[in-house]
Design a protein around this ligand. Structure first.
Ligand SMILES: Nc1ncnc2c1ncn2[C@@H]1O[C@H](COP(=O)(O)OP(=O)(O)OP(=O)(O)O)[C@@H](O)[C@H]1O
Ligand SMILES: [Mg+2]
Length: 294
């Protein structure tokens, strides 16, 4: 079967939603009893996870708990040691690479750019899955790359070698590449790393625009709990290779959950801007109590 033939099947199986008058394809991605291991050491222990279609899911949890591994498993960069990942109801491990890449984009935590590659060329690589024997580079690809450069504010970097960029500039270029792929499912592992606060908020707004306008299903691993609570429809809390809580941030995030997941005391207030949970950490120093007694 040709990749194009397979795609028809994937599209036919994906749900559609025309409630806003714009029929669109909704692809589904879920993990069933997913186990992931490095060598023979299991680090994700049989999780069930469905990304709500057309929603933004944030995955939070302490360092080393298996967030990146889970994302890599979902994008089949890592084969399961147990269970499976289903894309539109089909085992993702059985689908051709190009077919998956047209539907599912991932920005890993530590992407590596080929030596000497320019910004435009790297972002253009996001278009590779859309090309084939009968489909060469065309105006749509140019438009997708130009648009991705514009929205990530990287157009002025277009001719620069990626290796010469600052950390934040480079991160925005990787995001541009993921956006240029124009997939219905988008997985991003700590996309705000290296970004200043204004750029972090801008990126979350940009992803929300994408989600609302195109219905893109987005999953983001994020360490900033307050931005995660503000921008997530669905929050997934991981600890030691398991999912320990999930749901809307307002229902999931309590001082008790934060203590269970991160082993950290905190107050949970209401974010005065968004009304979502605002987590104020309580460390050993610089609390009113500790300063008044020291
Ligand atoms: N390539 C690898 N080889 C061996 N072990 C690995 C590899 N990558 C990750 N691990 C281990 O798997 C576990 C989960 O790692 P993972 O990168 O998924 O954590 P994470 O939740 O994304 O953490 P962080 O917040 O620090 O990015 C950790 O114990 C880590 O040391
Ligand atoms: Mg990680």
């Amino acid at each position: 079967m040709t990749p194009e033939g397979d795609m028809t099947t994937v599209h036919a199986r994906a749900a559609t939603d025309s409630s806003d008058g714009h029929p669109r394809t909704r692809h589904t991605l879920l993990a069933e009893g997913l186990r992931l291991s490095y060598d023979r050491k299991e680090v994700v222990h049989g999780i069930d996870l469905q990304l709500p279609p057309g929603k933004v899911t944030m995955i939070i949890g302490p360092n080393g708990c298996g967030k990146s591994t889970t994302l890599r498993g979902l994008a089949r960069l890592l084969d399961p040691s147990g269970g499976r990942v289903l894309l539109d109801g089909r085992d993702i491990g059985t689908l051709p690479n190009r077919e998956v890449a047209r539907v599912l984009g991932i920005l890993p935590q530590h992407p590596v750019a080929p030596d000497g590659i320019t910004v435009t060329d790297l972002v253009g690589r996001g278009r590779y899955p859309h090309q084939g024997w009968f489909r060469k580079w065309n105006a749509e690809d140019d438009e997708a790359v130009a648009r991705a450069l514009t929205v990530t504010n990287t157009a002025e970097l277009a001719g620069r070698p990626v290796g010469s960029l600052s950390g934040g500039q480079r991160q925005r270029v990787w995001i541009a590449m993921a956006l240029a792929q124009r997939t219905d499912l988008l997985l991003l592992d700590e996309p705000t790393t290296f970004l200043d606060l204004a750029n972090q908020v801008e990126l979350q707004d940009l992803l929300t625009d994408l989600n609302r306008r195109s219905g893109t299903t987005i999953a983001i691993v994020l360490h900033d709990l307050n931005l995660a609570c503000r921008y997530a429809d669905h929050l997934v809390c991981m600890k030691a290779g398991d999912i320990v809580a999930e749901g809307p941030p307002r229902e999931v995030v309590t001082a008790e959950t934060v203590s269970t997941v991160f082993g950290m005391r905190c107050d949970v207030l209401v974010d005065p801007v968004s009304g979502t949970p605002l987590i104020v950490p309580i460390g050993r120093h610089h609390t009113r109590d500790s300063e008044s007694t020291s």
